[in-house]
Each structure stands twice: as structure tokens, then as C-alpha cells.
Design a protein around this ligand. Sequence first.
Ligand SMILES: [Zn+2]
Length: 396
Amino acid sequence: MPPTASRVTTAVTTIRPAVVGKLNERQVLRLLQTRGPMSRAEVARESGLSAPTVSKAVASLLKAGLLEEADAPELARGRPAPRLRLATSSTQVFGIAIDVGHCEVVSAGLDGVLHGDTLKVPTPGTYPELIDVLEDSLRELMAKPGMTTLGCGVSLPGLVDFRKASGVLSPNIPMTNGHSPAADLARRLGIECTLLQESHALCLAERHYGLARGLDDFAVLDVGAGVGLGVMLGGRLLKGNSGLAGEIGHVTVVASGGRKCGCGNFGCLETVASDSALAYHASRKLNRAVNADEVIELAKSDAVDLTAELEEIAGYLAIGAAAVVNLFNPQVVFIHSPLLDIDPGLLVRVVERVGQRALPPTFADCRLLRAEGSKCQGAVAGIIQHLTDAVAPDVV
Ligand SMILES: [Zn+2]
């Protein structure tokens, strides 16, 4: 027997049954995640696994709390087979989006569907107060009778070191620097928590629940108080050496005379293409401090004419988006921004300008769309992925 064939035989015979079991569980989970509720027999038919193998995998997933049995539709004759679905009626996960002006908290089932309304709390001034406020909000949701809580995803702005699972440098919320809100909440509440950089959260939200379903190569340009970028290449999030990739907001676009940025530099993209940039212009016009949340409402209500300033911001936004098109050759660049609420025609004008700046063959292959997903949904997708990986890892 040639040496290569011998090695292959050895590798196959040494795969542990436990590993195969986990791979089967992963396959069953993925099927239910992509296709929705189905019976054990349907799972066996669709997956190609044997009925006993499916029963064993399902029993393990039910025990872990990731699946539940739902009522089956009535059959004409005989007892209906129970349908399996991702746990949602008595199981919840949380998604938290920490932001400059306020934090949002949601509860969802393992299918990612939100259970109720979004809780909004003002972002406090210090890190201990922030954790207190988030803990109180989560405890309120955990107190719901008959509900088991499996975990919480936390979306955080700024640089997030994924190896240390902590904030590193947040120009807009510096109180989180050096802290891990996910680890602190996990310690206080005794549940699994995972930390996500907010642009990565938006990528997950768009891929699982938005317009990027089925797309492997896309980017989300997040234009809020700052400007962030999440990039999905070949179905994987671009993270960089320590998770700090994608900080397009701190690329210099005003070479001289630019305003000071929260990062300490001057003329960064987010000083001229963000809600904060518009708030800066509004503050000068009104001769009072206007924050990023307030300026969107002001501009929508025509209380102050910011037409020229919005056009300038659109121009810089197009520079950022064209750079993303040229650098990553995505199928779609999604723009997540409340600025698009001010003027329905703004996105069209940004797209025109991107077309003038991006390389024609790359631009011809790419669409620019408004993002549908939210950071809270991304945080939910992140904790569901974390829990799924813990029970049935993708690569064993
Ligand atoms: Zn900067």
C-alpha cells in the first residue's frame, strides 16, 4: 500500500465518536437555523443522517437547551410528529448595544426573533454606572416567569481586542477603554456573555437577519457618532491581528487644517462624515451645543438649514465608501446611518459620487444599499453563534 493511502486509513479510523457526534449536532442545528422548524424524520431526510443518529443529536441539543419541540400541524389521521425548532418560547438571549448617547437592550429567542420592544437607557458618565445600569436592565428581563436565559451579546464601539475580549481605545466612549463589559456582566449575572466590536455586530446582523443573507463578500459602513467598517470576506469577518481591523473612521482625509478627532489625530474621516460632524456644524449655526442624537431630529424638522453641510458630508462619505469598494471588491457595501433618515435622496447622491471615485470594473460589480440590521440584532447573532460553537463547534 502506498504511504499516502496508509496515512489516510489511519486518520479515518482514529476519529473519536464524540467528535462525530458534535459534527452531527452541528449539522442538525445548521439545518434548523437555515430551514426553520421540521420533524426528526424531515431532519434525517434533509441531512442524509440516519434516524438513530438524528435522534441522538436532537436529544443532546434538547438537553443543552438549544432546541425545543413545537406543536405540529394536525394531520388528517394519526398523531402528528413533533416539530423541532430553535428554542424561543421559554429560552432567551440578550443583545446589548452600547453607544454614545444611549444603550439599547433586547431579548430574543435562539432563532434571533426579538421577544418584545427595545429597552433604551441613557449612557451614564462612568464605567461602573454603565455596568450597574445594564445589569439592572438585564435582571428586569431575566425576571420574566418561565424563561431560561442562556447568554448575552454586547456590541461595543471603538477598538475591541478579541483575544482579550476588552475595549482598547474608544474615541467616543473612552470610559470603556481597558474594560470588558461582557466579562463584567457574566460575572454579575452568571450567564455566558460575549463581546463584539459594533461594526462586526452589524455584519452579523445583516448576514443573519438582513439583506446579506447568502452573501459571503460584503462590507458595512457604520456612520454614527464615528465611522466604522465591518468586512466579511469569504464568509469570515475580517478581524486583523488582534481584532482591530476596519478603523476607516481614523483614516486622514483632510491633510491640513482638519478638526481634532477623538483619537487625538487631525482631519480623520469621522470628523467630516458622521453625525458628530453634522452636530458640529449645527452647534456653530445655533451657537449652542448640539449632540449627535439631537442633530438628526433638528435636520429632519427643518429647524436649521443644514443642506450644504449634509452635501459636504455625503461627499466625504463617498470617499470612504469608494475606498471600501476598491480595497475589498465586495458584492454589496451596506451603509448604516441615521443621516439617511434626514433626506431620502442622500443615498442616491452618495452612490453617484462613489461611482465617480471607485475603479469602474470594481464599482460595476458592487451595489450600495442601506443596511437593515441593528447592533442589538448583531449582538444577538453573536451570542447565538457563541452558544452554538460551545455546544457543537464548527471545527472540532
Ligand atoms: Zn481619528
